[in-house]
Design a protein around this ligand. Sequence first.
Ligand code: NDP
Length: 252
Amino acid sequence: MVSIEVFQKITYAWIILALIIFPILFKVNPPYGRHRSKKWGPGINNRIGWILMELPTLVLFVLLFMTGDAPKTLVTWIFFFLWLLHYINRIFIFPMRIHTTGKKMPLAIIFSGIFFNFMNSSLNGYWLGYLGYYPVDWLLDPRFILGISVFVFGFILNQKSDTYLINLRKGGKTGYFVPQKGLFKYISCPNYLGEIMEWTGFAVMTWSLPGLSFAIWTVANLLPRAIHHHKWYFKTFPDYPKNRKALIPWVL
Ligand code: NDP
């Protein structure tokens, strides 16, 4: 068993790595989806790529949560359930719904995704399985109430926005279209905003260092990618709405 001191050191190191990678991702755009580039070497089917990349999040998290000897209260089970809710969708449902149109995901992305997911799910699974303790009265703590509200709102926003994007190719269409509905009227990437809200909410409701590290990594990944998507829309569609922002309505 890893001591709390060692665990904290690993988590701080992981946060520092996110802060180093964050500015780099504004320059180096991970080449999957619309930004796919052959320069990044061979790839495999997009759908299989998503499943392989995200699978460790479920396996490791469940394993560590279940084998750990920290007391499992109603609160920790709620955290467990929310993690499962997100990742069952991401691993088994989302990849089946996307229209891959023959696209491939580079192996380099899959391996870096596996590493990222290995770290996040190990840290959070170990925290909740072995180290954290949340008595039932945590349910009434403002941090829990605020965090779970932000998580649920973010989950719905992420789901609805991904669904909307996937449906743009309904009926066998291929290529890209300008999204027009809901929060897309204000920002290019509401699905990313929803994802960031989810893990920020998770960090607040667990009030934990691993939760914080996951939220920081999610921003480090998705804020630069939202900017790349946004610029891509302007470059690709001359009539793209000028007042639309990338990630935060009216702000950014
Ligand atoms: P995108 O928004 O790039 O794409 C989502 C899906 O919609 C893809 O199938 C994409 O096709 C399709 N799509 C997107 N825009 C359009 C459009 N304008 N017209 C037609 N189809 C479109 O999201 P990602 O693929 O980057 O991410 C998928 C999910 O994973 C998101 O919910 C995201 O939040 C989450 N994620 C989380 C991360 C984290 O750090 N926690 C990191 C990365 C993703 P195509 O693939 O062909 O472009």
